[in-house]
Design a protein around this ligand. Structure first.
Ligand code: ATP
Length: 134
């Protein structure tokens, strides 16, 4: 690879990804961001979404539970609240989390924190999506 990006995905549980890639696509609050070598330095907040790390015509997908992306000197750091590659996703757990969040949203009770349930639903759908399930 001529020009590469050194990419790290880091969570409170530790480093999930560490390696060289040709391109990184992430979803920032302002929209999709494609990062190629020699990108200008930047930092942007990420939404619950899938990050795609590309090299040799292959794309590695990582479920991101929100966080930040920082680019400096061809070094891309994704600091995520949670991050999983498809192989690490427990599909049954994500299904249960989705059902629980949907139940909470439908309950329409005062004590339910809807924003929190909505975010849990998005995380679960994102995990199911990248693991090829729904
Ligand atoms: P749950 O209600 O099942 O805990 P959650 O969306 O609230 O889901 P998070 O707070 O985003 O969970 O994540 C807590 C930790 O559990 C993180 O380390 C995350 O990577 C991991 N995690 C959550 N759901 C899954 C899953 N379905 N498969 C694998 N790891 C998961």
């Amino acid at each position: 690879m001529d020009q590469t990006l050194y990419v790290e995905v880091v969570t409170p549980d530790g480093q999930i990804v560490d390696g060289e890639f040709e391109m990184v696509v992430v979803h920032a609050e302002q929209g999709e961001l494609g990062i190629l070598p020699n990108h200008t330095a930047m930092i942007a907040p990420l939404i619950i979404s899938t990050a795609r790390l590309k090299r040799n015509n292959e794309s590695m997908r990582v479920a991101i539970g929100g966080g930040f992306v920082e680019v400096i000197d061809n070094h891309v750091t994704i600091l995520a609240q949670s991050a999983e590659t498809p192989a690490k996703i427990d599909v049954e757990r994500a299904r249960k989390a989705k059902e629980r969040a949907l139940r909470r949203i439908k309950q329409k009770k005062d004590h339910v924190d809807f924003k929190r349930a909505e975010m849990a639903l998005k995380r679960a759908i994102n995990r199911l999506d990248i693991s090829g399930n729904q």
